[in-house]
Design a protein around this ligand. Structure first.
Ligand code: ADP
Length: 352
């Protein structure tokens, strides 16, 4: 019979780096052999691992339980285990009993997979929430209208206007989602051009002007820095990103405030920034602000949304980040609560 614990394929498996974690244990779950990956995870060399009990080596009750079940039942057993420093990595475990006694344990790292599953779950939950709010309003308004509760034509008109506004929000949400998924998947081809930063800023100032005016917010173009070279970017995407930042600056400013838009050369990039003296972002929220669906405070966004500035699903900054990354650029922000914020997007500078 082949000695399974010393065959060449097994040796190859044990020596493999970057693959599954392989362990051989005896009937009492003491380690007989450990693969290279197992040594790394246990932070011990092979010599000190051999002879240790599974639980002492890895400190994982769930791994021990899978192995124990395979040992007592004599059957192949699968399960899951948290391992590594403070159990931060998740593994799927296969335990296969050997003829001569003992087990082969094979552990496959599923940490990234689990994280992706969590992200997808959160995404669906967030999306559900974002869709439900305007849908509930539309349904209530329509029900009130059809039940005949509103006799007054002016009030009816007002209800219909509200329905339209909620439907617009839904349409905008869907547009933003489609946009985000296109940029994220790399499906949108960027058509890069050398752009004059000052022209990009001017175009943005014009586009945001109408919205700003409604709230009596003054939009100021900062003078271009003398050395600012050209930016290498897709004019439509960059324009969209900068407009998103300007929209936020207006949305989160006080009446009568000022929004400043400008461009600067920072190393081999051009940075487009938008500053405001608005409500600012509390420090605790700043690290997550560019995540999709992330909002500082739902009620704060809702209240401003009601002022018809539009869009508060928490997707705007995620779109800006993805546009920056698609260009090989970056985003950033600096803010102080109650004082104001500066948000920026950087894209590569065009070669001279
Ligand atoms: P939203 O559609 O909710 O504005 P964003 O992704 O554009 O979503 O922004 C995420 C959150 O960041 C907002 O809910 C808001 O709380 C905060 N935020 C963005 N820009 C500003 C700003 N200029 N001033 C203050 N808060 C801001």
């Amino acid at each position: 019979m082949i000695d399974r614990t010393s065959s060449a394929p097994l040796e190859a498996l044990l020596a493999r780096r970057g693959g599954d974690l392989i362990l051989l244990v005896d009937e009492s779950l003491r380690i007989v052999r450990a693969g290279a990956e197992a040594e790394i995870l246990a932070e011990r060399g092979a010599s000190s691992l051999v002879g240790m009990s599974l639980i002492a080596a890895f400190g994982s009750a769930s791994l021990d339980a899978v192995a124990r079940q395979a040992a007592t039942s004599g059957e192949d057993t699968s399960g899951a285990a948290d391992l590594g420093h403070l159990g931060t990595r998740q593994f799927s475990v296969d335990a296969v009993p050997l003829h001569g006694g003992g087990l082969v344990l094979s552990l496959h790292d599923v940490t990234a997979l689990r994280r992706m599953e969590r992200v997808r779950r959160d995404f669906v939950a967030n999306l559900g929430h974002e869709l439900r709010t305007p849908l509930t309003s539309i349904k209530l308004l329509a029900e009130t209208l059809t039940s005949g509760a509103v006799d007054d034509p002016a009030t009816s008109r007002d209800f219909v206007t509200q329905i339209e506004r909620e439907a617009d929000h839904l349409a905008q949400l869907v547009d933003e989602l489609l946009d985000l998924s296109m940029i994220e998947s790399g499906e949108t081809k960027l058509s890069l051009e050398a752009l004059d930063p000052d022209e990009v800023v001017a175009a943005c100032a014009v586009r945001i002007g109408v919205v700003a005016e409604r709230r009596e917010i003054h939009v100021r173009r900062l003078p271009p820095s003398s050395s600012a070279g050209q930016a290498l970017a897709d004019p439509i995407r960059l324009g969209q990103a900068l407009l998103n930042l300007a929209h936020n600056a207006v949305k989160y400013s006080h009446h009568g405030g000022e929004v400043r838009i400008g461009a600067d050369e920072i190393g081999d990039r051009v940075r487009f920034s938008v500053s405001d003296d608005g409500i600012g972002v509390p420090e605790a929220h700043q690290p997550r602000i560019f995540e999709r669906f992330y909002k500082v405070d739902r009620s704060r966004a809702r209240e401003r949304d009601a002022q018809e500035i539009g869009g508060s699903a928490g997707l705007g900054l995620a779109i800006v980040r993805h546009i920056a990354e698609a260009h090989g650029g970056a985003v950033g922000m600096r803010s102080e609560e109650g004082v104001g914020s500066t948000f920026w997007i950087e894209v590569p500078r065009a070669p001279d």
